[in-house]
Design a protein around this ligand. Structure first.
Ligand code: ATP
Ligand code: MG
Length: 299
């Protein structure tokens, strides 16, 4: 395989992580156009190629050092790592950071008519799953015997189809479980999307590009989690008002024209401001409250 000077980033081709992964990279200033027919989307303003693949392939591509960076759900990453450790294949990667999307949990669920008291109720069941390794690790910790039924998809219909007694599958809202007459019993793994890097040593120029991307990504994600807040406040309740703004310890306080009893506050808050807080602020005499999104942050 030829060594490329271009940084290769694997992202999911289509599915729950693909749009967010593309949006994050675009937010970091990486320009590219996706052609649905093509595996590779080259960036036209940075030495970066995006590889659009099935999410199951991303951990292996990183662990084999075939691509440099990847955006992947921790559930798929951990499942593949256990598999590779058990079969003696390369299983190393560096986790650069957790991302702010792709949140879900891997849970055990059983039909509504099944009587569940505790994890021991699962003894001897047949469980359908796409995550046999994470399931085995959990059942071993709990000391429960079971048999598994490996399904790559449609896991939630396995009990009704008579293929299994219960399932171990990804859940976010629980609506799919409910629609299939199942209920959640044990959460066995909580997952988010993350950015990973291969452990292969990078050339200084590639590593510098990776560092730049990480720093921009930190800026994009912090900005998404933050709000810019402007308001007018009576000077006598200033401290109480500032205390209500989450993570805005050092706001800018400016005088107002012709009003010595009130000041303007400009602050970056580390969280959104909810209606309840806005109402508490007005109760303290705050007025002209503006909450605005922030596009980018640095330094
Ligand atoms: P591919 O075709 O790439 O193999 P897939 O069908 O395996 O796609 P998706 O359903 O698109 O995968 O899910 C990708 C990842 O999104 C999951 O592995 C998980 O990390 C995350 N995710 C977030 N919420 C959910 C959910 N409710 N159900 C399934 N996955 C979720
Ligand atoms: Mg998949």
């Amino acid at each position: 395989m030829s060594e490329s000077n271009r940084l290769r980033i694997a992202i999911q081709k289509s599915g729950r992580l693909s749009k967010e992964s593309q949006k994050l990279l675009k937010g970091c200033g990486v320009k590219f156009t996706v052609n649905e027919q093509r595996l590779i989307a080259p960036s036209d303003n940075m030495p970066i190629d995006l590889l659009r693949v099935r999410d199951d392939d991303i951990p292996g591509l990183i662990m084999d050092g075939v691509v440099d960076l990847g955006i992947i759900g921790e559930n798929v990453l951990e499942e593949e790592q256990i598999e590779r450790q058990d079969t003696g294949k390369p299983a190393q990667y560096k986790k650069l950071r957790e991302l702010d999307f792709g949140g879900c949990r891997l849970s055990l669920a059983v039909p509504n008519e099944f009587k569940y008291d505790n994890a021991n109720s699962l003894e001897g069941l047949r469980i359908a799953t796409s995550y046999p390794n994470l399931l085995r690790r959990y059942m071993k910790q709990q000391n429960i015997n079971y048999s598994d039924c490996m399904l790559k998809g449609s896991v939630e219909v396995a009990p009704r189809a008579g293929l299994a007694d219960g399932i171990c599958d990804l859940v976010s809202t629980g609506a799919t479980l409910e629609a299939n007459g199942l209920y959640e019993t044990d959460v066995i793994y909580r997952s988010k999307a993350c950015l990973i890097q291969s452990t292969t040593e990078q050339s200084p120029s590639k590593q510098a590009l990776i560092n730049k991307l990480i720093s921009r990504m930190n800026g994009v994600i912090t900005a998404r989690e933050s709000k810019y807040i402007l308001l007018h406040a009576p000077t006598e309740t200033l401290d109480q008002i500032v205390a209500l703004l989450p993570g805005a310890e050092n706001p800018t306080v400016l005088p107002l024209n012709d009003d010595t009893n009130r000041v303007a506050i400009h602050a970056v808050s580390s969280e959104d401001l909810f209606w309840d807080t806005m109402e508490e602020l007005t109760a303290l005499g705050a007025s002209s409250i503006l909450v605005m999104p922030i596009e980018k942050m640095m330094g």
